[in-house]
Design a protein around this ligand. Structure first.
Ligand SMILES: [Zn+2]
Ligand SMILES: [Zn+2]
Length: 109
């Protein structure tokens, strides 16, 4: 473990089971805070966001194509708003596209 000094008083921190301890301020700094720099965490979450976005747009699901009986299709969602009996409603539409013949169909969830 690296040598570490207290942020507040500059005293050399002692090693303890649960992290580092300042004998002057009597506070404990957990080993987790010391070992995980904040900048690394930021990069990590940014990478995850990019992956998530592509998965929302296009997900492969097991769905039988009505045209060629292929069992894998891409799926994505969209919402349509329409009026029914004077009441405005939002509806989610499930879209599918066959990975083999590119036939696309949709159904209202
Ligand atoms: Zn201190
Ligand atoms: Zn097909």
């Amino acid at each position: 473990m690296k040598m570490k000094f207290c942020d507040e008083c500059g005293t050399f921190l002692r090693e303890r089971k649960d992290g580092l301890w300042c004998p002057k301020c009597r506070k404990t700094i957990s080993s987790k805070e010391v070992l995980a720099p904040r900048s690394f965490k930021k990069e990590d979450s940014a990478t995850i966001q990019v992956i998530d976005r592509s998965q929302i747009d296009y997900v492969k699901v097991s769905q039988t194509c009505p045209k060629c009986d292929n069992e894998i299709a891409y799926r994505w969602f969209s919402s349509v708003s329409g009026e029914h009996a004077g009441v405005r409603r939002e509806r989610t539409v499930e879209h599918f596209r066959c990975t083999k013949c590119s036939h696309s169909w949709s159904k209202i969830a």
